[in-house]
Design a protein. Sequence first.
Length: 340
Amino acid sequence: MTYQEVLENARKRMAPRCRVCPECNGIACKGVMPGPAGKGASRTFQRNVAWLGEHVKLEMDVTGGNQERNMEISLFGKTFAAPIFVAPIGLIPYTYTEDMTDRLYCDAVMLGAKAAGILAFGGGGPKAENFYEPLEAIRENGGWGIPTLKPWAVDVVKERLKEVEAVHPFAFAMDIDSAGLPHAGLANPPMLLKTEEELREIAAATNLPFIVKGIMTAEAAQKAVRAGAYAIVVSNHGGRVMDQGLSTAEVLPEIRAVVGTDTKIFVDGGVRTGDDVFKMLALGADAVLIGRPYVIAAYGGGAEGVQLYTEKLKAELKDAMTMTSCKSLQEITRDKIRLV
């Protein structure tokens, strides 16, 4: 199977909600809810893609020689092939089409990511099975994955953490911005906004590294760090919780400036190619998460499609590193890009 075949298969299986556009930018799917669109007029979704593409450019430098390019990254005491991870996405048949179940999607991204040497985050949703299906997929994948908990009441989170620990994942995440999703009011148990004190209580309830997803300001980042987060994810939920927000690439540098180097920073929103991965690293991220394109890859080719898309990203990142004279991820610094 080729990546082009993956796209062609996905286009048939995902119609009419997702058109598998040449660039997944939120324009053609504007207003498609349920569907892959962003909130309202999809302005934040579109801004994620447009700002990264239009305002961040690579500085070409081919004087660095022909050394090998090392894309490996060490996190959670493990080494991964690239700083690329599958973002948590749930409610697949509701958001896209019933041609794929949540469990089939979980298996595809978990297995495909592992085959490519990276990790997938498990998704979630308003019902109990939306938590347990990704958790079971991670268990069957030997713990190779990261479960994502919803921002339930702290006592509920603590109970679920016991079940998370039983599958021995590398870490766990909580997408705290889920409290702003359209279906949040239907969730049982309910999804609630979190305070710094509540995040601290959650972090202290387990020895697993805690990843807080849904950070978009320097102040929020500082709260998560003080609460004991191993990592934060700079994320606006792919533009699905706010229509008039900033892009993640815009706020990433100021967040890195206040966080320092002790806390890991991941980022999602608008990352589509290896060049985009490079840009986010140069802006201050340690790694990226990618969402909608991995759904397309899973619909189009299952685990093989996920692996193919990952290998495509890795090849593009390696090319960007070559054309900017970066031998390792540590050399992808701010001076390798220009803001225009």
